[in-house]
Design a protein around this ligand. Structure first.
Ligand code: FUC
Length: 835
């Protein structure tokens, strides 16, 4: 739906700004954070509450983290314990192995920090007679509008990436009736300064260290003093009234505007962050100079120019994909909280489902921009100094899930914040591999941060090995390095950046693998994040060997490095070694219940419905198991999911949508999507059982965690198009509920961009844009007559569609009906089906 947007330029006569409501709208202000609305430009983030008398704008800057560069070798004794861990595991002494493994732990990561709050006080003596607030995904702008005593007050809020400022425009429909004060507060020690009569500055420092919220034994969990002068990120944050027709005064308590009709505030911030390996204080950037340059540049422009550039910049990303899954009728006009309630009562609302898909894209565009740092557990929106799980990068699922939609949902350029950050983690990860294990290459354990932390966390022995000692983060992160190439085909990036990092991650895994008594290569120790097995003797432990997830991660990394090295004609010897290991990797196993085994023995789980389903990495996002190639193991994966059940928290449910899509079961994926969208008002933490969606469409873990949003967006993309299996599979998991629809701009590997229309489950038209040329092999749900399509023959000749044949493969992707080849040329467009 196209939104109407009327803007009347300010004149001395009575003026007003009238907004029509965007689909994400509400009839009342946010009662809590989970009802506030997020805006951001990748770097600066704001949560707006839309309050009448005291608007709360909660601010973030993506680089404001506690701490400083990691300690390279925080636990020099750690290196002595691996042999004892392995010896215990050889004896099947899992408890002994776990105790010994705890000695191989280092320090916790640092935490993402809030900047503070901007409060806009508008003293009214009456209640509003009309009210709405909204978030317009079309323009990345939030509005609040209400009428009091016959005067309509409006606020327009957006965060510009081209101008690096937060813009807040306040208006009143009656001349001279706009009165407000803007004040600030921060959870950090700050000094407030008046820069000029219309500009305030808050200067402060982030903590030198902040403990994770689950560490409760230190008397000073957050502290600000570093005697060495290294740590403690500096920040400068400015609020300026750019233009107003009213009177402006400022003191350190805030800026006051009176008798105005319009006022435009520019807010910006910068930190001294200067890279993962530089002391943020003593070696930091000049944050004051940065802030001043942003403000100077933006202040010289009119809001119309700033807004125009913002919208053009945002739409450059957002407009790449359009999705229609059906019509919702009246439901489309409901306020979002009522709409979610209606949906939870089984109301039909395909426009909400499409909106949820686009909301995930909106969040990625707003929290992850090239040159910046990756979206963390909360994207960039966090009000706490000790946020849940430090709002860090959790690499045993969460950080990766954030970037699952990037390539298929046509935001490949935003993926680069993550692929760039991986290089920092690989640097510290090399030290970790050497100092903790005496091994080559690099790896990352389950937690990281802006400093690229890579050691097993746990504060030197206090963490549980079930999460802290999982050593496979390097393997999983490398998948992103590779996939960015398979979608973009960027050869220079592959050769000079991605491949060397992937190869070094493989080098660590080569050193990490050991041979078992049967001649299979295994990981030892091994965990299956964060689950616990029960042995035949009833022993409950987490540490064993050769977990299925470990094996699937090694398989994924090694096959990708084999393909990349073949393509680049490099490292033939290494390739041979990897191929040998791949032949003799500890096998996938089907358990007595017909499930894909999680552990190297057919054990029970302490919690059979545990939220992590790590062994199914092999199905998604890996491609070890697939219905088109390994039907027997696909059946086992399905059984595993049935046993795990459909429950689970935010990200867990999102992962399951992706799994069911990969199993080509659209109706089951859809059932889970409906559950993901189930509105919840729960605050606090219930990460074992809950989940769902908050009124502001943020995913509930709970508490809020953004990965579930991104995983939901990726799941919808996987339901409509998959390209991991040697061909482009269109509508592989279409649910009955989406029988008729249209999508524009989804991406497939090998540089293909696809539009398609379907009716009653049958594709009627496809438009393919080929950026790189090459054979485009399509698997369709129905025949499509076109002279350009040939029945597919043999292996796909397109190099981006090579699939490593494992010993579990019993069928080929091209077997079956409606598989076609289309020869494409670079930069050409192909239209198939109805005109
Ligand atoms: C993993 C999960 C938790 C949470 C945390 C950030 O440890 O098991 O549920 O998502 O990451």
């Amino acid at each position: 739906m196209k939104r109407l947007f009327f803007s009347f330029t300010f004149t001395l006569s009575i003026l007003s700004t009238v907004f029509s409501q965007a689909p994400i709208h509400y009839k009342q202000p946010a009662r809590n954070w989970n009802e506030a609305l997020p805006v951001g430009n990748g770097r600066l983030g704001v949560m707006t509450f839309g309050r009448v008398n005291e608007e709360l704008l909660q601010l973030n800057e993506e680089t404001l983290w506690s701490g400083g560069p990691v300690e390279k070798n925080p636990n020099p004794d750690a290196i002595n314990h691996l042999p004892a861990v392995r010896a215990a595991l050889n004896r099947e002494d899992y408890e002994g192995a776990s105790k010994e493994l705890q000695k191989i732990q280092g320090l916790y990561t640092e935490a993402y920090q809030p900047l503070g709050d901007l409060l806009i006080k508008q003293p009214f003596d009456a209640q509003p007679t009309t009210y709405f607030r909204d978030l317009d995904l079309q323009n990345a702008t939030a509005h609040t509008q209400f009428t009091i005593n016959g005067v309509t007050y409006s606020r327009e809020l957006f965060v510009s990436a081209p101008d690096q400022v937060i813009v807040l425009r306040l208006t009143a429909s009656k001349k001279g009736t706009l009165n407000f004060s803007a004040s600030t507060r921060s959870p950090h020690p700050v000094s407030k300064m008046i820069i000029s009569k219309n500009e305030l500055s808050m200067r402060g420092k982030a903590p030198v260290h902040a403990d994770p919220n689950y560490v409760n034994y230190n008397s000073e969990p957050v502290y600000y003093k570093d005697p060495t002068g290294c740590k403690g990120m500096r920040f400068d944050w400015r609020v300026k009234v750019q233009t107003t027709d009213g009177k402006v005064t400022a003191d350190t308590s805030g800026i006051t505007v009176s008798d105005a009709t319009e006022a435009i505030l520019l807010v910006t911030a910068a930190t001294s962050f200067n890279g993962f390996d530089k002391c943020p204080d003593s070696q930091g950037r000049d944050e004051k100079a940065l802030v001043e340059s942003y403000l100077k540049r933006a202040s010289a422009k009119s809001i119309d120019i700033i807004r125009k550039a913002h919208i053009a910049d945002y739409q450059r990303y957002f407009n790449r994909v359009k999705l229609t899954l059906g019509q919702s009728g009246e439901a489309a006009h409901l306020p979002m909280d009522s709409r979610l309630m209606r949906y939870a009562q089984m109301g039909n609302d395909p426009e909400l489902e499409a909106l949820y898909f686009q909301f995930g894209r909106y969040l990625l565009i707003s929290s992850s921009r090239p040159g910046g740092i990756p979206a963390n557990l909360q994207g960039i929106w966090n009000p706490m100094t000790r946020p849940p799980w430090s709002s860090n990068y959790t690499t045993n699922i969460n950080a990766q899930m954030n970037y699952w939609p990037a390539e298929p949902a046509n935001l490949s350029d935003l993926h680069t914040t993550f692929t760039d950050w991986i290089a920092s983690a690989a640097k510290t990860g090399k030290e970790t591999a050497k100092n903790f294990y005496g091994m080559n290459g690099w790896t990352v354990h389950h937690n990281s941060d802006i400093w690229g932390a890579s050691n097993p966390v746990g504060d030197k022995g206090k963490g549980s090995p079930s999460w802290a000692n999982w050593a496979m983060g390097g393997a999983w992160l490398s998948q992103h390095l590779w996939e960015h190439y398979t979608y973009s085909g960027d050869e220079k990036y592959l050769k000079s950046y991605a491949y060397p990092l992937m190869r070094d991650a493989a080098q660590f895994c080569l050193d990490w693998l050991v041979k078992d008594a049967n001649g299979n290569w295994i990981t030892s120790p091994a965990t299956s994040p964060e689950n616990v097995f029960v042995t035949e003797k009833g022993i409950k432990q987490a540490v064993s060997v050769a977990t299925t997830m470990d094996m699937a991660l090694v398989y994924d990394l090694f096959t990708n490095v084999v393909h990349a090295s073949e393509h680049l004609k490099m490292d033939a010897d290494l390739r041979k070694t990897l191929e040998d290991r791949l032949q003799h990797l500890f096998p996938l196993q089907i358990g007595k219940k017909g499930n894909l085994q999680e552990w190297y023995k057919d054990w029970e789980d302490q919690d059979p419905q545990h939220r992590h389903v790590s062994h199914l990495f092999a199905l998604h996002p890996g491609r070890y198991i697939s219905p088109l190639r390994t039907p027997k193991f696909t059946d086992a994966a399905r059984k595993t999911l049935e046993i795990r059940g459909d429950g689970g928290t935010g990200w867990s449910k999102s992962w399951k949508i992706n799994f069911w899509a990969r199993l080509h079961d659209g109706n089951h994926a859809y059932k889970l999507l409906r559950e993901l969208l189930k509105v919840t008002g729960i605050e606090g933490t219930d990460y074992a059982n809950a989940g769902g969606t908050y009124p502001n469409l943020f995913c509930a873990h709970p508490p809020f965690q953004i990965d579930g949003n991104f995983g939901g967006t990726s799941g919808i993309a996987e339901m409509l198009l998959q390209s991991q299996d040697g061909l482009i599979n269109l509508l592989p998991a279409l649910p009955d509920a989406w029988a008729t629809g249209e999508v524009k701009g989804l991406k497939a590997r090998g540089g293909f961009e696809l539009d398609m229309n379907w009716k009653d489950g049958k594709i009627t038209r496809i438009i393919i844009k080929s950026a790189l040329g090459g054979n485009c092999r399509l698997k369709l749900p129905n025949a499509l007559t076109s002279a350009k399509l040939q029945a597919a023959k043999g292996k796909n000749s397109n190099s981006f569609y090579q699939v490593f044949e494992s010993k579990y493969q019993t069928t080929t992707p091209e077997a079956g009906r409606f598989v076609f080849d289309l020869a494409t040329e670079k930069n050409k467009i192909y239209i198939l089906g109805e005109n």
